[in-house]
Design a protein around this ligand. Structure first.
Ligand SMILES: O=C(O)c1ccccc1NCC(=O)[C@H](O)[C@H](O)COP(=O)(O)O
Length: 261
């Protein structure tokens, strides 16, 4: 079993347990469920820099990245840096994240928040809204076209943005539909962990213009942004490069200063 299959296998069990602890109806009556959301796709369209900065403690490919930080400081640091949005990993077993991270980030900044999760059930989308997210991630590699349609339409009905992540042409063809806002190309192969910016370059002209293009993973320099921009990318999701430092917000500030408009 590859790592992605393992993550999904565990996630299915986790979601069953979560549902048995907090019923969907309870999530839907929470304070945060009924609120206006921030649009990440609008901010990316208007932005000169397009940085989406991630909170990531550890990962299957790198093990520990940084376990010593306070998510409140990370969120407010990213906001001060001028990023367009923040990605919060909520998976516990493989990434050391949690839904508590999402709620603390929500309380600490007014950035659009992406719930970075392995979504395989409607329940997780309701959870995302109830814990303060504005955007959900759907990963084409683990979903059928029917599931992508069902989950993205549910998200849109809740005023959440949808970032659909692909890694190859087959996943892209399967996923194109009007209920998607942003198309993210993951430069990391989630089955082998190989990272190459060439993946974003190769897929760029196959993404229809109506979707905001986001390049994800393995972006560790301003040079990479300059390399990807001519391919039409408006968003750049960066995790480890910021999180491996003592002060991710300051690192994001320095990074953004070096990007020319
Ligand atoms: O990062 C991993 O090792 C990973 C492994 C398996 C599934 C997903 C994984 N990462 C999620 C992400 O997409 C990244 O955290 C995100 O794009 C930021 O990447 P990076 O800037 O390289 O930290």
């Amino acid at each position: 079993m590859n790592i992605l299959d393992k993550i999904v296998f565990d996630k299915k069990k986790e979601v069953v347990l979560r549902k048995s602890i907090i019923p969907m109806s309870q999530l839907e009556s929470s304070v945060l469920f009924d609120r206006d959301t921030f649009s990440l796709s609008d901010r990316l369209r208007q932005s000169t820099y397009g940085i989406i900065a991630e909170h990531k403690r550890r990962s299957p490919s790198k093990s520990i990245i940084n376990q010593d930080l306070n998510i409140q400081d990370v969120a407010s640091g990213y906001e001060d840096a001028g990023v367009c949005g923040m990605s919060v990993l909520t998976d516990g077993k493989y990434f050391g994240g949690s839904l508590d991270d999402l709620i603390v980030a929500r309380a600490s900044c007014n950035l659009p928040l992406l719930r970075k999760e392995f979504i395989i059930d409607d329940y997780q989308i309701i959870e995302a809204k109830a814990y303060g997210a504005d955007v959900i991630l759907l990963i084409a590699a683990i979903l059928t076209r029917t599931e992508i349609k069902q989950f993205s339409e549910l998200a849109k009905s809740l005023n959440l943005n949808v970032l659909l992540e692909v890694h190859n042409e087959e996943e892209l063809h399967k996923s194109i539909m009007p209920s998607i806002d942003m198309l993210g190309v993951n430069n990391r192969d989630l089955k082998t962990f190989t990272v190459s910016l060439e993946t974003s370059k190769l897929l760029s002209d196959k993404i229809p213009d109506e979707f905001v293009k986001v390049s994800e993973s393995g972006i560790s320099s301003v040079a990479a942004i300059k390399e990807l921009r001519p391919y039409g990318y408006k968003g750049f999701l960066i995790g480890e490069n910021f999180m491996k430092t003592d002060n991710p917000g300051q690192e994001a500030t320095n990074f953004i200063k070096q990007i020319e408009p």
